[in-house]
Design a protein around this ligand. Structure first.
Ligand code: GAL
Length: 674
């Protein structure tokens, strides 16, 4: 179990976005001194610097960047060089305003932001590839250069564009996908409102109309928009790979527990190093779990390979309504949680806090206050910690026995048109189940539905609104082989064309589950129901028939009193490989937290899965294993000291031997080599 990717640093990667062009050369000297003090070993350079090294078309001022490269190299710091396409220079926008994205309403943006480009515009592509070539020619052989960082957060501003070039590109994509216009009409159900097309030339993106667009069209436009951005990535990456075949190419994803701007799980195979930007949300009462689930989602995109936390914040951000600062030690715990869950490093946005510009009030590794600060103390502590974790590099997270299926397309399909409830974020279903598992100390792989399920004992299907026949088949086979599956409300409702599967819900899974739901009964705001086993639920209920399943709990009150709410079907005898019979559970309602905890306990017991490291509640414990040993990460998110009775060895962070029963102080972390 060791990573196979070319990695940009020898040890754990540590550093952040570095924007020396915002500062004087005297500051650069100080930067290098402080980076060395903090044990930074990599910086991402030049993300937004195009206009600073090509202020006018064809006139380059690279001297400053040359100097910074040399300074970094002399200090042993690697460079992750960005292509600067996240911020086209002013002259390019003035010369070619047609590269700026157009909104659904038909408004073309103006210069002055970032990611001000449409992925379908040929002249944009020409300029983007030209600047990538210039950079590759100038810095490709520089010994400090260890990785390429294509643009920045592709889609984080230019997720969609509705211009005529995009429309033409969309139509080419549709011709490729459907071949004939009849196939498209069939897929989108254009008989509805008589929106039948006779020619691909008639198709437009879902531009603003007086009502909502066709959901099939909307979903395909989301898919296309993601594909257009990936195509842009591929074009830049091809230039870089041709010039420097030995260097890895990455781009930073924005994966959280919510829907993403792009279909990252389908992008993941195209990345040499898989990288993510993650920011905690101040208002979120379960920030640690949100972080953990996001990290589990990153790991799940390419199981068995480490990934890299490319950006997070040292403290407050500046884009939430109120920006919460991190308390002492939180920066370290956040970083180590990502590392525990498979990141081989921790990078920040950004190295030095800007004094001007749109992000002048965003935290950084060097805050406005300078080094006399809690942030700097934490930054230095994290540097020491990551250094001490040298032997963890390349090890892999212990295999999980539980999988939770997430598909971006299912989220997009849910958002593609009016639904029975239009204020229900279905992504919360998965998050709540992950939280129950997190609280139980059980590691979960958050994976796309097409992964091989054999390695798991329990598979959770949380409001997987869109599901393919392949997914339905894979789950049914998994259960027939002795696996345990739990499907929740709003799963398998539409097929990949976004058409409802008729004959009862949850269409794709009802045979496996032995149930049929005839009608949705969403609850109104403030309403709740009780089940006859005492579980409470709110939000969603269904009129369900348990045709071939045991009833675990029925609705005890409300419109559906007496009807089944939660069911379980025993499947097969385990002869096909499993030691026990498989089961397929259906949960037709949105269970409250206590009920979910109870349900998860039952599912874990039935599938024979337990926490692999038993620790007091409030402590996060994850193991990484490889040729260099076995390492247990212990993060105490609580304020009080706890006793750890199940782990012994050498704590790499504290450089001390620890026996079973050792004390972990409130807020503290340990990484124990067992
Ligand atoms: C990221 C972005 C960075 C910076 C950061 C602020 O999304 O990549 O450039 O803007 O957010 O939190």
């Amino acid at each position: 179990m060791t990573r196979s990717t070319t990695w940009p640093t020898d040890g754990m990667s540590y550093g952040g976005d570095y924007n020396p062009d915002q500062w004087s050369p005297e500051t650069w000297e100080e930067d290098i001194r402080l980076m060395t003090e903090a044990r930074v070993n990599i910086v991402t350079l030049g993300v937004f610097s195009w206009g600073n090294y090509e202020p006018e078309e064809g006139r380059f001022e690279f001297e400053w960047l040359d100097t910074v490269f040399d300074l970094l190299h002399a200090a042993g710091i690697s460079v992750d060089l960005a292509t600067p396409t996240a911020a086209p220079p002013i002259w390019l926008h003035q010369k070619h305003p047609e590269i700026l994205p157009v909104t659904r309403e038909g408004k073309r943006y103006w210069q002055g932001g970032r990611l001000g480009w449409c992925a379908s515009t040929p002249i944009w592509r020409t300029h983007a590839l030209r600047i990538a070539e210039v950079l590759a020619a100038r810095y490709g052989d520089h010994p400090a250069l260890k990785m390429w960082h294509v643009s920045n957060e592709l889609g984080g501003g230019n997720r969609t564009c509705f211009c005529d070039e995009s429309a033409a590109h969309f139509r080419r994509w549709l011709v490729d996908k459907y071949s004939t216009i009849d196939a498209l009409n069939q897929a989108w159900g254009t008989a509805f409102w008589g929106h039948r097309y006779v020619d691909f030339a008639q198709v437009l993106p879902p531009r603003d109309s007086e009502t909502v667009p066709n959901p099939g069209l909307q979903l395909d436009f989301d898919r296309f928009s993601s594909a257009a951005l990936l195509e842009h990535f591929e074009a830049e990456a091809a230039v870089l790979r041709a010039a420097t075949p030995h260097l890895p190419v990455t781009t930073n994803f924005m994966v959280s527990t919510r829907p993403s701007v792009a279909d990252y799980a389908r992008w993941a195979p195209r990345m040499d190093v898989l990288a993510n930007d993650h920011y905690t949300i101040g208002e979120d009462p379960a920030r640690e779990q949100e972080l953990a689930m996001s990290a589990d989602r990153m790991r799940g995109m390419r199981l068995g390979q480490p990934w890299l936390l490319m950006e997070h914040s040292s403290s407050a951000v500046n884009w939430q309504p109120r920006n919460r600062a991190k308390v002492p030690g939180e920066l370290v715990r956040n970083s180590l949680s990502h590392v525990a869950r498979g990141s081989d490093g921790a990078l920040f946005f950004q190295w030095r806090a800007s004094s001007a510009g749109a992000e002048q009030f965003h935290s950084a590794m060097v805050p406005h206050a300078g080094t006399r600060s809690k942030v700097w103390a934490d930054v230095c502590e994290l540097g020491r910690n990551l250094d001490a974790l040298r032997d963890v590099v390349g090890t892999l997270v212990e295999p999980a026995r539980v999988a939770l299926l997430i598909d971006e397309e299912a989220f997009w399909a849910w958002k593609s048109g009016p639904k029975p409830v239009n204020d229900e974020p279905i992504w919360d279903t998965g998050r709540n189940l992950h939280r129950a598992l997190f609280d139980a100390g059980v590691l979960t792989d958050v994976v796309p539905p097409w992964v091989d399920l054999d390695r798991y004992r329990l598979v959770i299907v949380p409001s997987l609104f869109l599901a393919s026949d392949d997914t339905a088949r894979a789950l049914a086979e998994f259960a027939a082989d002795g696996g345990h599956v739990v499907v929740t409300h709003l799963s398998g409702i539409v097929d990949p064309t976004n058409r409802v599967r008729t004959g009862g819900y949850p269409g794709a899974f009802k045979d496996m589950l032995g149930v049929m739901s005839e009608e949705f009964f969403p609850l109104l705001a403030g309403q709740s129901v009780t089940l006859d086993n005492g579980w409470k639920a709110d939000g969603w209920t269904e009129r369900l028939h348990a045709d071939d399943a045991e009833i675990i709990a029925s609705y005890a009150d409300g419109d559906l009193a007496g009807h089944p709410a939660v069911t379980r079907r025993a499947i097969g005898d385990g002869a096909a490989g499993g030691s026990t019979a498989g089961t397929a559970w259906y949960v037709s309602t949105t269970l409250g937290r206590a009920a979910l905890a109870d349900l998860v306990d039952r599912l874990l017991a039935e599938s024979g899965v337990a926490a692999s490291i038993v620790v007091p509640r409030g402590v996060e414990a994850v193991r990484r294993i490889g040729d260099t040993g076995s390492f247990v990460f212990l993060l105490n998110h609580g304020a009080d000291a706890v006793r750890i009775d199940t782990v012994a060895g050498h704590d790499l962070l504290g450089d001390r031997a620890v026996d079973r029963g050792f004390e972990l102080a409130g807020g503290a972390c340990a990484v124990v080599r067992e």
